[in-house]
Design a protein. Structure first.
Length: 667
């Protein structure tokens, strides 16, 4: 058959762009699909053709296989690549693609269906001689049967959903008295998430490593593996940091684990890219966990150490061609580590953070790769996964890769939503990770039951913020003035000038006093403590270089409504609300046409709806912060054209609450 000439990517964000870039490099025409939320998204604009498939909710767009297949036919696609997530492991969709006369770039529907059911998959693996965790995967699903089998297996046990993954429908049970409630909760969660409430039991392997093996199979009977990845650093069973190779891997263990993964793939007549996941205990024994019948989020680390393009190999296999190399040809060189960069708030139990990205600056540097699906101006939507990018670093050895990744994260700037950047840096700098000892218990053991906590902002960074805002205020005043020389700024013929800033940051108040010193420098004191010297070396529109106590600091910033300042340095990410000038009372201005949250807090009420008329001074919303209720008032007469936040939710400083179209006289 003729090679594939056009591919529709049934996905969005970074993975859609990653697939399209390889396809384009191969001369293949690319077709994107998009929901209403992604009409202007980078993947939509990058593709040669883009087709709308529905509204923002996934159930009405990216999970609508019928609309995706119709889009493929309309746009003239020959093949569909599902990426990961969404419909990538949906056997019914894969079958429908082939029935429609299109090529599904992935395994056969039968393999997806078999490996998608953990109970069936485990029985097949046992028959194939693949090591499996002792457990129960039978068809009898009564409580009595599970209780009986748990007693035979021995506690602790893990209750798992037979279908699906991602940690949903999973419970660790330490003692017999906790089993009934765990079964009930896991069954309900599994039924809700996957439409299938069947469960399995497994012996709980405590503090294991999560090690997975990348396998590849062509349609001519060639099956091999491309080495392993260690994905042990997880939060709520979701991977956070991944690396290749595994820090404790030996050649003998890799050979045994790789052979088991190849046998797992052969047992289901696999084709294309797949991942066989294992638990590795401290003694070197490993056990089959599951098989992911798709391209993995963490595939870039394998590409970095093998020099192979896994998407190109997927397309090659889909074209019916052989892999073209043998197991002996696979050589792992160097080390690579990947982090998942999320728009989420680590200080609020990692809650997803949505909104407009005001500034995005991905890192640069030797050995650094960034797979991202965002740009400055993008919207992080509440409808989709909060992962906005993957940052990968490669080195000659593990420590070089780790250091490069820390530096890359330190130079990464995303302003507009919360991110997990500082948490990732902290995790990579922990002794257990540096030494390669991290297991699946790493995050729990490192951060304890309270999880990751954000300490108070450093005094030096607060001093930098105060000086930056002082300078920005001067610039605004100078722009509004008439015949005033810029040389007169920070000068007075009477007494010493000083500017006082009262900042709210992470529910703490900080009072800073800024006093001009010699040209371009300031003395900044906080809460009557000793002054810090801040010299402005450079201050551009959104970035600057300061000398703070003679130490050079690069910062990026974005000011909203003259009161909210986002500040990012190599060491910290801050959102500050300026409560200076008597604003720290129970009323806050509504920011003209765009009404922003003045500070982080709980939005108790939204009192205006779309289409409502409002007058200047009307109460628009009530925000609870610092144990006080703040009324947000309209600054203009007009009509509410959109409501962007719902009562009962935590919102961050600078988040949009609503938009008012001002009356002509006030505009």
């Amino acid at each position: 058959m003729a090679d594939i000439g056009s591919i529709l990517v049934a996905n969005r964000g970074e993975i859609a762009l990653r697939i399209m870039r390889t396809a384009r490099s191969l001369g293949i025409r690319t077709i994107a699909v998009y929901s209403d939320a992604d009409a202007q998204a980078p993947h939509t604009r990058f593709a040669d053709t883009a087709v709308r498939i529905g509204p923002a909710p996934v159930a009405e767009s990216y999970l609508r296989g019928d609309r995706i297949i119709a889009a493929a036919k309309t746009a003239g696609a020959q093949a569909i690549h599902p990426g990961y997530g969404f419909l990538s492991e949906n056997a019914e969709f894969a079958g429908a693609v082939e029935t429609a006369g299109l090529i599904f770039i992935g395994p056969a529907p039968e393999a997806i269906e078999l490996m998608g059911d953990k109970a069936v998959a485990k029985r097949r693996m046992i028959a194939a001689g693949v090591p499996c965790v002792p457990g129960y995967e039978g068809e009898v699903q009564t409580e009595e049967r599970f209780i009986e089998c748990a007693g035979q297996i021995g506690y602790p046990v893990m209750v798992k959903a037979a279908a699906g993954g991602g940690g949903r429908g999973m419970r660790l049970v330490a003692q017999p008295e906790g089993l009934r409630s765990a079964l009930k909760a896991a069954r309900a969660e599994a039924a809700s998430a996957f439409g299938n409430g069947d469960l399995i039991l497994e012996k709980a392997i405590l503090r294991p490593r999560h090690v997975e093996v990348q396998v590849f199979a062509d349609t001519l009977g060639n099956v091999l593996h491309l080495g392993e990845r260690d994905c042990s650093v997880q939060r709520r069973h979701q991977k956070v940091i991944e690396e290749a190779p595994c820090p404790v891997m030996t050649e003998a263990l890799r050979a045994r684990m790789g052979a088991a993964a190849v046998e797992a793939a052969r047992a289901v007549s696999y084709r294309g890219a797949g991942t066989v996941e294992f638990l590795l205990d401290g003694s070197g024994d490993f056990y089959f966990l599951e098989m992911n019948t798709r391209l993995q989020v963490e595939h870039p680390v394998t590409e970095c150490v093998t020099g192979l393009d896994l998407v190109a190999l997927q397309i090659q296999v889909a074209n019916g061609r052989p892999l073209g190399f043998s197991q002996e040809d696979v050589r792992l060189q160097g080390h690579a580590i990947e982090v998942r960069f999320y728009a989420e708030d680590p200080a609020q139990d990692f809650l997803p953070s949505t909104g407009r990205i005001l500034h995005w600056q991905p890192p640069l540097g030797e050995g650094v790769r960034v797979d991202a699906g965002i740009e400055s101006g993008s919207e992080v939507s509440p409808y989709y996964d909060a992962m906005v990018a993957k940052i990968i670093a490669r080195g000659r050895d593990r420590e070089e890769a780790r250091r490069r990744l820390v530096r890359a994260l330190a130079s990464t700037v995303l302003i507009g939503t919360h991110t997990n950047r500082d948490f990732l840096i902290d995790a990579l700098e922990r002794a257990a990770f540096i030494s390669g000892e991290a297991t699946t218990a790493f995050i729990e053991e490192t951060y304890g039951p309270g999880g990751y906590t954000v300490g108070p902002p450093g005094v030096r960074l607060l001093a930098a913020a105060a000086v930056i805002q002082h300078r920005l205020s001067q610039r605004r005043s100078l722009a509004r003035s008439v015949s005033v020389s810029a040389e007169l700024l920070d000068w007075s013929s009477a007494a010493d000038l000083e500017s006082v800033r009262v900042y709210l940051a992470d529910d703490r108040l900080h009072t800073l006093t800024v006093r001009p010193g010699s040209e371009g420098s300031y003395d900044v004191s906080m809460d009557e403590a000793r002054a810090h010297s801040v010299e402005v070396v450079r201050l551009d529109a959104g970035s600057g270089k300061l000398l703070i106590d003679r130490i050079a600091v690069e910062v990026h910033f974005h000011a909203l409504a003259e009161r909210v300042l986002h500040l990012v340095s190599e060491s910290s990410t801050l959102t500050l609300t300026d409560l200076s000038g008597g604003v720290a009372n129970d009323t806050d201005a509504g920011g003209g046409g765009t009404v922003l949250a003045p500070m982080h807090g709980m939005l108790l009420e939204v009192l205006a709806g779309e289409g409502d008329r409002v007058a200047k001074g009307d109460k628009l919303a009530v925000l609870e912060a610092m144990k006080m209720q703040h009324e947000i008032l309209a600054e203009t007469d007009g009509t509410v054209i959109s409501v962007l936040a719902a009562a009962g939710r935590q919102i961050a400083a600078g988040d949009h609450i609503l938009e008012i179209q001002a009356d002509a006289a006030d505009a």
